[in-house]
Design a protein. Structure first.
Length: 76
């Protein structure tokens, strides 16, 4: 996949790739690549994807900033 071979390391990407029985996605920064694979650092750890298995790939924006879920309400 040409795009994955040219994007700078560190770019946040989503990669859809073939697995037995269908497809799955890897979302996170592109952390490594060689002649036949790329590695995406997902929340669950690094995922090595064979370029031959890639169906789609694209760069994506940074994740949204999470709002704090706790704490006391602001004083009036």
């Amino acid at each position: 996949m040409k795009l994955l071979r040219e994007l700078p390391i560190g770019t946040r990407v989503v990669v859809r790739y073939r697995i037995e029985g269908g497809f799955t996605d890897a979302l996170g920064p592109l952390v490594a690549r060689d002649d036949s694979t790329c590695t995406v650092e997902t929340r669950r750890g690094p995922v090595v994807v064979d370029f031959d298995a890639v169906a789609l790939a694209k760069p994506v924006p940074p994740p949204p900033v999470r709002k704090s879920a706790g704490g006391a309400p602001p004083a009036l």
